[in-house]
Design a protein around this ligand. Sequence first.
Ligand code: AMP
Length: 383
Amino acid sequence: MLLQTPKAFMPFPTSEIGLFHILRRSQPRFDTTRSIHYGNKTLKIPKTSIKVFREVPKLREWRRQQLLDYRSVGLVPTMGALHEGHISLIRMAARENHRVVVSIYVNPTQFGVHEDLDSYPKTWEKDCEMLRELDQELAEDGSNLGTVSAVFAPTTSTMYPSGRPSQEVDGKGSFVTITPVGELLEGTTRPTFFRGVATVCMKLFNIVAPERVYFGQKDVQQTVVIKKMVKDFFLDMDVVVGPTQREPDGLALSSRNVYLGTRRRKVATVLSKVLQVAEAGYLRGHRSRDELLGPAGELAKLLLMEQNQMLPEERVKFEVDYISLADPETMEELEEVDETRGAILSGAIKMLPVESPQPGEDLGLSDGPPVRLIDNIILKPIG
Ligand code: AMP
């Protein structure tokens, strides 16, 4: 969360910020609980019972009470800009836990020095609206165990109490690194990404101490990194992975899709189409890398050629970063799929800014910068 640029992100309505400051200032100077209590008032998302925690001690106090009351807690970590993908994970958590905590924090250390940290979408008001709607939906649907109880929306100085570490590859700081899996695929193009993800998740897991944590299959390598971290550091929680939520045409939902604009949005299904070709090969009985990825690569080439033959004001250019066939536990590349283990098909493409933008054309948020899209399909074990 980028509170160093306060206009960029307002974590709650201004009226509540005013209240927050007044309550904090009204605490006597000698009150050692000053950082714990905002008076007796806990911030809430308006018209809901969803608490908003911004600091660790108060959240921990709430968490301890859940333990005393024998209430299970599920955590859904997010960077905000919520969409149906996030909401599906929260629904899943509400089915399986008495209390659900959603964290909203744009973690700077998982962005590379030249990546889109400053322009990452921040939509607090809309996020609250979505959580409010979900809260109502869960209340009306009596089949859930729990509901959304709290949002944890910390500042960067809260999350990095010794100071925000550098985003450089060789930057110093208290980091969790999970290798070699964190160095492969996404880690090749984004060498600090999984270090940032593992570090922030370790912090969130220690703060919230959930029984279960929820991640989307959309970011499949992230799920492998987190599962490994939980296993290797003996973290006492289950990692639950929810299915990828998609648009009707197959595009995986992502907070970054808002940058695409109309022209690129139509072509953005390239990656899911390419992965589906490889999946079809697996379902037909092919097991070798060449048999599975060969036709996928051909389709990517064909679709790019189609675009290149169009006029500059109509076409969309994209670059395939990688198409991978990897082991489900290590993410190491495979020459042959062992059908008792299955495999992960994954890929990344970069959608380049459109050429010759037309007057009034919807270019997407921030005038349509390059957008990197990722997607994957799990090839399930057979038998
Ligand atoms: P983010 O806010 O992008 O860090 O994502 C927060 C969580 O939502 C991660 O566990 C993502 O994998 C998950 N997520 C993002 N997009 C989707 C999607 N389309 N379907 C399911 N989960 C998703």
